[in-house]
Each structure stands twice: as C-alpha cells, then as structure tokens.
Design a protein around this ligand. Sequence first.
Ligand SMILES: [Zn+2]
Length: 298
Amino acid sequence: MCAHAIQLLRIAPHVFQCPVPAPTLPPAFSTNTYLIAKDGEGVVVDNGTDDPDAIQALVDTIRSAGVRRVTALIATHHHRDHTSGLPALHRAFQAPVYIHPLDRTRLTWPASDAAALEDAPPALSCAGIALHLRHCPGHTHGHLHVEIPGEDVILVGDHLAGQGSVWIGPPDGHMASYFRALDAIAASGCRIAGPGHGPVLKDAAAAARQLKKRREGREAEVLGLLAERPRTLGEIVGAIYGDTVPPGVRLAARRTVQAHLQHLLSCGLAEREFDAGRGFVYRLPNQITLSGRAPTAY
Ligand SMILES: [Zn+2]
C-alpha cells in the first residue's frame, strides 16, 4: 500500500467512507470523506487535506469505484479539516461545492476558488438516490446533515464522532442548537450515522441520545460545581479536566464548557457577574456572591 492509498469502505449499498489523513484534533488523525456512487455518477461529502498526493490518491479511489462523473461536492461545515481539499476536488471534477450560506462566509479559501461555491440546495440526487441537505446548526451556524433515506444513512459532519464526543465552541458553536441537532439525528429514521471522524455508528439514534446524555451530564456537573461556590470559566475547566488533557484538546474543552455556560445562562439556570480581579464569575441564580453584593443582571 503506498503512503497515500485511500481506503474505500462500503457502509451502505451506494455509500462509501474514505478516511483521509488531515490535520485535526486528537484522538482523530483523519477526516472522513464520503462518496455516494451509482451508475457512474458520484457525490462527494467533505475533504480536509490539501496534500496534492493525498488528493490524487482520493481522485484515483473515486474513479476506481466506477465514478465517471462527480456532480456535486458538499461541505458539512466550514472548518478547514472538512473543506481544505474541496478546491482541488472541484478542479479535478468540475463539480460545484455546496455549503450553507452561513458557513460560506466563514471559509478562508483563496478568492480564486470562490467561484466553485454555491449555496446548498435542500435536496440533490445522485443517479436517482435522494440526498436531503438539512440545516442543523450546533457545531457551526451553517452545519449541514446529509440524509440519504434510501440507503438508511445520515452523514452528520462534526455532530457525532466515531469515538468520544465533539467540541462546541462559541460564538460559532451553540449548545441549545446542538441539542436540537442531536434530536434531529435521532428522529431522522436513518440507521447508520457517518461521522466526520472515526468509524461509522451503526445505531445513529442511540449514538445521538448517548451524546446528548453526556452533554446533559456535563451541564449537571457544571451546576454542581456552581452549587459549591461561584467560579470563573477557568476554574470550572480546571475542576472538570485537571491536567488530564493535552493543550490542543484543552482549548476545545474550555470552549465547550463555555458553550454549556452560555446555555445555562440562556435557560436562567446560571447567572454571571463581572469581578474586576477575576473576570466573569458564574453562579447559581440568587446565590450569595463572594462580595456579599446583590446579584447584577446581564
Ligand atoms: Zn468541525
């Protein structure tokens, strides 16, 4: 196997998963590209490498699946580990790159590649296979799910992971929206979920419910910490994670806790006030502040 050989894993009769090495967050070291292929026609979802050799290997792999014509390239969301290879695939296949308009504005592509971009339509077809592109914000404002009911598959980008959980970072990430996105996965009726990283999940609804439970558990943990005493974001992150996570992951963990705090604020389950020495301090509603001052509304 050459250094850039790309695996083509069949996950449904006409849907394939291709893990492609990409710069992303541990524990993942690759981003999944998905190929829907039938009767010589193909649709490709996500690609996160700008390594020309890896792109050529992927193009060869797609052609080896009998695809003569790629009619659409889809980005589930704007993050570089899902989009940086799409301009090269556009040049190879002359297919438009569909992305939600809210995420289109966040792309950091060169201007010369902007002509490839088009707003994602609600539905596409690949040789008669219906693809439904659902706008489900959460991980980003313009995040898409690609539902392929005829294949019993839902491609969920970074809303589920083959292993572990995903990060939700404000202001682009929004926890209440993410909870709704997980509900949408569970309600889709599709059995198999194709995540952006890691192996497929054979029970999409169970995986979505499990991840929602995990996030709800984290919110309960945050509320428990606030019940002990008011704390800053950094103090909450320290209490939850200690020194157990590497620096790159720690930033993602911090932003996810921040998303939980914003959610708790919006639900009225927590409040915050600004302390000149500590910055924003979070506490339960009506909790006596350390300074003894009356709570300040935000
Ligand atoms: Zn992402």
